[in-house]
Design a protein around this ligand. Structure first.
Ligand code: DHB
Ligand code: MG
Length: 221
């Protein structure tokens, strides 16, 4: 459902605030050039993530699913001078392209891209450090969202944000008989959030230049 009016307003807003510079445009172009999935967030969604990172004073961010690094650049730019973002990508080809884009954005000292299975990488991080994560953004591997959430909660402080993309999926989230693993994954995730006493959550529907979808934003109590 990509209504013309939603696309026009999304574009009006990103133009009004000049949200996309050459670096972000080139990142999107690299995704098209390499025929990667066009699943990056939009510029307005990037600005929204940037705002959330600022609001929780993020110094330590973890992202699951780097793709070409588009959201990684938005989040990396929101960090403090000594902040650090670890982004985990399972596809080595995507990670290679993302690393180039991160370097082009001048964020190579702030952003670390780790290639591998996110569960394994998170276990390694767990063994090597007990630092708290201020913002955790999951944007890949929807069936494992709850596992990532539990890891994030364990490594959070009061006020940390745990954010999950694509929890509406063009409204397919309504279908309790769905056999789509991603839909099943986000349905379970949303339900878990509705009952979890350790976080307060708001799930927003999102419309615009991207497919109709939504984002779950949880703050740790
Ligand atoms: C899918 C993944 C995404 O991160 C996204 O933003 C849109 C769709 C997907 O796997 O279908
Ligand atoms: Mg996504």
């Amino acid at each position: 459902m990509k209504e013309d009016i939603f696309i026009k307003v999304d574009t009006y807003l990103s133009d009004l605030f000049s949200l996309e510079d050459d670096i972000l445009k080139k990142t999107e172009q690299s995704i098209r050039d390499h025929k990667m999935p066009e699943h990056s967030i939009s510029a307005n969604q990037g600005q929204f993530l940037f705002l959330l990172a600022k609001m929780c004073n993020a110094q330590r961010i973890i992202e699951i699913g780097t793709l070409g690094g588009y959201s990684t650049i938005w989040l990396g730019r929101a960090l403090h001078e000594f902040g650090k973002l670890t982004s985990i990508e399972i596809d080595p080809n995507f990670a290679k392209i993302a690393k180039k884009n991160i370097k082009n954005a001048g964020l190579e000292n702030t952003v670390e891209i780790i290639t591998g299975d996110a569960l394994q990488v998170l276990n390694d991080i767990h063994s090597n450090s007990n630092e708290k994560v201020d913002l955790f953004f999951m944007d890949a591997d929807k069936p494992n969202y709850i596992t990532y959430f539990n890891w994030a909660l364990q490594h959070s402080r009061k006020g940390s944000l745990i954010i999950a993309d694509n929890v509406i999926r063009d409204g397919k989230v309504l279908d309790k008989n769905s056999t789509d693993k991603k839909v099943i994954g986000v349905r379970k995730y949303n339900k878990m959030l509705s009952k979890n006493p350790y976080v307060t959550t708001s799930i927003l529907q999102q419309i615009g230049i991207k497919d109709y979808d939504g984002i779950a934003i949880s703050v740790v109590n």
